[in-house]
Design a protein around this ligand. Sequence first.
Ligand SMILES: *Cc1c(COP(=O)(O)O)cnc(C)c1O
Length: 430
Amino acid sequence: MNVVSTRNPAHRATFRHALTANLTPDGGLWIPASLAPFADLDALLELPFADRCAAILQRVIGDEFSPVDLAALAQDAFQFPLPLRQIDAQTWALELFHGPTLAFKDFGARLLARLLALHDQDTQATQPRTILTATSGDTGAAVAHAFWRQPGARVVVLYPRGRVSDMQERQFATLGDNVLALAVDGSFDDCQALAKACFNDPQLSADLRLTSANSINLARILAQVLYYFEINAALRSQGVRQAPVVSVPSGNFGNLTAGLYAQQRGLPVSQFVAATNVNRTVPDFLAGGPYQPRPSLATLSNAMDVGAPSNWERISALFGADRAAMQQAMRWGSVTDAETRTEIARLWQLGWLADPHAAVASAVLQQVRRPGEVGVFLATAHPAKFPDAVQEVTGTPVQLPEALAALVGRPLLGETLDNDFVALKRRLAA
Ligand SMILES: *Cc1c(COP(=O)(O)O)cnc(C)c1O
């Protein structure tokens, strides 16, 4: 697969290059040079999930990786279920939270870890790689788990001190070994800016073989493209052939980017919905205002507390920066924490327990859907990751899944770090 820079299509590279090179030479992001539709979509949708993932990966990157390796990788990386649950007559939730860290970020992290291992094996790398990731909660957990004890890899997780949930922190800060957790005195946007400063430092990048595990890495987006196909496959198996409206709870907009890429590849989606909490940078722009990145606000759906969404650059590039085209292709909306709580309660009445992120997607879907439409929203985290918010609304304690119960009482190994590039650089070199 050829990739090009969001900022200049003359900057061209291979997928393998994008996998390891973080930003483009002009400071942009790597995007696919072409997103031609798959000719045999119906046949693809009939395959079981792992087989379909293997088939799509082989088509997209099979010119650069061994198709046999990719098939084995797809079987191994996605061994957990992703059920499409019916919520009411016209609405379904795609549950993406049954992976090892109970959030959808397991998909991207597990594919990325395996592709990097294959790449280092194929290129006979000898020096270890440092995987650097800024997290608003769930990325850190997924990435730390995906790379934990992987030979030739060290993981550094930057997270905003006191702004991730206790359970989220336990998931990445109790592992140890090749995982270093750094609690930054600042917001998620500060963590993201620190990571970006590291990637923009050529010496540091080369010395540490610094690799991004954030959604600026195209491999993560590619992993997410795969599960959108499951929406239509599962709807068809339930007898529904109408193209759905799909609501995506968004923060950095990597997930929505992946959905739009799946649509370009031919997946029948009638429209995507960009759903946010009160961090309204994108909804305000789509509604006609200036594109104005701003400091993030803390909310219940904390993994979406992003004021300067890094993947918007990819979506903007997809539409040639044409706002009218984006307004035609998408719907949008945002909700407050109060509206999020109301939606958790409404869904609970319908018999389904939502975490705050899924509730945002569902609430915005309710705002924008039209009569007769099939609606799907993505459920990106297990409700047990946010027990306080959920229990407050439902009045019932959330049952902790085994993966989380095992973490209670483990010592936290995170170190604090000033919001300062020089301090981070010093710690990374130590
Ligand atoms: C990261 C995250 C999101 C936001 O996804 P983006 O790709 O950053 O838009 C939504 N929900 C949960 C639970 C997350 O962890």
